[in-house]
Design a protein around this ligand. Structure first.
Ligand code: S3P
Length: 448
């Protein structure tokens, strides 16, 4: 596999007060979408603030294989030249999606409407993750599949230019599944509708509108959301500005919350309310986070964050209906809970078991090794904090999961004994400059 890395172990130790400005990289979800929609559009799309993490590079490679020209300018702006919705080329190679579930699931929907086969593979983490959740609706629309690994990669999508529009109720709260269906719907005649009972991130809807598609969202009587896309639009290249990723911002934010005396600033953080649940939760636990200069950046709400250490936080019950808006932040929230005063209860977490790793298990095992008392359920995690950081002094297994690696390295900045992770290389999938950026703030993180 081209994305194979040798493992590199990292260790973090008790750190002094963290201080400075953090330059958080661009939003991963929006970066993937900017390339994919640029591929489908006619003409030139420019993207400022794109994340150049490995996951996004996988999407860029796939876009090239499907006929787009994708280049980076010297000033960091990316340019995508697409040939229009009807002019994709059949890929002449297997698309290696590395560690990236978002690339895989969205692209499976994207290629479903073309009369060619697309072959997908990925790394040891991605090939364990369920793809049946997108195969089922795409099959209803008229695509077919060759999958010898029971709904997992490697698999082949056999597309069809005669896709049928469907109405599909999401069985799991998943923006990736929603997006795969909407992307297939671009090539179906008429309206394709996705119904979600819990609101998930809406970057696909917002950005596709920007490219010229008709996407309608309605609130149903039962509270669910219906998102409809009209097939065969004319998509035109456009200019995109991507805010900093709130999911990446959460790591330095929590590092400052856990390290006495810290005072840090983060600019241009995406504050879309379907993404920013972590900040609401941390503030409820007593964190000193000031949200300043709230404004609009190319259609997305952004703000600057000022975070100061404020003593140990208080354990809380995280409301279940907030889960989709902070789905990627439970590993790092668990580190806060482990240092908080009292019990933090997190429920409705079944999806955590099918992320880059089984995050419920990896968090629970790692925290136990660090001396934390907790109970893990099928889809819940209850963590008992003592109002001070746990002992630490453990080596953590990360199972190719960037967010598990970053979470425990940040915990180690606060514990009496250092915390190490068996492999920090997956951090490059979403936050390539995580280590230099954290050490510039004062964090004691290094190669072991
Ligand atoms: C993403 C959706 C979420 C999230 C992932 C990115 C997206 O996945 O965990 O990191 O960009 O659409 P699910 O759709 O599986 O919840």
């Amino acid at each position: 596999m081209t994305h194979h890395h040798d493992a590199i172990s990292y260790i973090s130790g008790k750190s002094p007060a963290l201080r400075g400005d953090v330059d958080v990289p661009g939003d991963k979800s929006m970066s993937h979408r900017s390339i994919m929609f640029g591929l489908l559009a006619d003409g030139k799309t420019t993207v400022k603030g794109i994340l150049t993490g490995e996951d996004v590079l996988c999407t860029a490679d796939a876009a090239r294989a499907l006929g787009a020209e994708v280049t980076a300018q010297e000033d960091g702006t990316w340019v995508i030249k697409g040939n229009g919705l009807t002019n994709l080329t059949a890929p002449d190679r297997v698309l290696d999606m590395g560690n990236s579930g978002t690339s895989t699931r969205l692209l499976m929907g994207l290629v479903a409407g073309y009369d060619f086969n697309t072959s997908f593979t990925g790394d040891a983490s991605l090939t364990k993750r369920p793809m049946g959740r997108v195969m089922k609706p795409l099959a209803q629309m008229g695509a077919s599949f060759i999958d010898k690994n029971e709904g997992r990669l490697p698999l082949i999508v056999q597309g069809s230019s005669a896709l049928r529009p469907i109405t599909y109720e999401l069985p799991v709260a998943s923006a990736q599944v929603k997006s795969a269906i909407l992307l297939a719907g671009l090539n179906a005649d008429g309206k394709t509708t996705v119904i979600e009972s819990k609101p998930t991130r809406d970057h696909t809807e917002n950005m596709l509108r920007h490219f010229g598609a008709t996407v309608e969202t309605a609130r149903l009587e039962n509270g669910a959301y219906a998102i409809s896309i009209t097939g065969k639009p004319a998509l035109t290249g456009c200019d995109i500005v991507i805010p900093a990723d709130p999911s990446s911002a959460a790591f330095p934010v929590v590092a400052a919350i856990l390290t006495p005396g810290s005072d840090i600033r983060l600019d241009n953080i995406g504050m879309n309310d379907r993404r920013a649940g972590i900040f609401t939760t941390l503030i409820e636990m007593g964190a000193d986070i000031t949200i300043e200069n709230e404004r609009d950046m190319a259609g997305e709400p952004v703000a600057d964050l000022h975070v100061r250490y404020n003593g140990p936080l208080k354990g809380i019950d995280v409301p279940a209906d907030r889960v989709p808006s902070m789905i990627d932040e439970f590993p790092i929230l668990s580190m806060v809970a482990a240092c908080a005063d009292g019990t933090t209860r997190m429920t409705d977490l079944a999806e955590l078991r099918v992320k880059e790793s089984d995050r419920l298990l990896m968090v629970a095992e790692g925290l136990k090794k660090c001396g934390v008392s907790l109970e893990m359920g099928e889809d819940s995690l209850t963590i008992h904090g003592n109002g001070k950081p746990p002992a630490g002094g453990a080596e953590i297994e990360t199972a190719l999961d960037h967010r598990i690696a970053m979470s425990f390295l940040i915990l180690g900045c606060a514990t009496d004994n250092p915390v190490s992770v068996d492999d920090g290389t997956p951090i490059a999938t979403s936050f390539p400059r995580f280590i230099p950026l954290m050490t510039a703030l004062g964090a004691k993180i290094e190669k072991r």
